[in-house]
Design a binder for this molecule. Structure first.
Ligand code: HEC
Length: 128
């Protein structure tokens, strides 16, 4: 009689210990897997100030210059890239627009438009 009770008790105790060990092991494992998903921060600071001929220079020129400097103008044809480039190459663009600021003669450029033309000319007036 005494043995038949003793065996199941030790069996239950043994199972209880195994379960206890397993549960503590699994809980410590799950805590280590959640810390490795950080996203890289985007770096887009330089793109906003870069001037390109097709992106914004052309628009400034047609807004402020081509009314006078139209197709075939002897003072500079700013309807084409080649026409603008010619005046950058001979230095008159830098002199009148960037340094003296006498062009355009009537309505001065906005600060933003001026900065666009300046940074483009400073970059070598690329056809971009
Ligand atoms: C209201 C008319 C008018 C507008 C607008 C105008 N220009 Fe002029 N531009 C002239 C005239 C007229 C001349 C010639 C002046 C001179 O030779 O003294 C000239 C000359 C120039 C020259 C010198 C050309 C050369 O061969 O010596 C440059 C460069 C120039 N302009 C750039 C510009 C730019 C860039 C703009 C726009 C931001 C502009 N101009 C807007 C009328 C204008």
């Amino acid at each position: 009689m005494k043995k038949s009770i003793f065996i199941p008790l030790t069996a239950i105790a043994g199972i209880a210990i195994v379960i206890a060990c397993n549960t503590t092991k699994t809980t410590t494992k799950t805590t280590t897997t959640t810390t490795e998903t950080k996203k890289e921060e985007p770096k887009k600071e330089t793109a906003s100030t870069a001037a390109t001929y097709n992106g914004n220079v052309k628009a400034v020129l047609s807004q402020s210059c081509t009314g006078c400097h139209g197709y075939g103008s002897r003072k500079g044809d700013f309807t084409t890239y080649a026409g603008v480039k010619a005046k950058v190459s001979d230095g008159s663009f830098q002199k009148l627009v960037i340094e003296k600021k006498t062009m355009p003669p009537r309505e001065p450029l906005s600060a933003e438009a001026f900065a666009t033309l300046k940074s483009w000319v400073d970059a070598g007036a690329p056809e971009n």
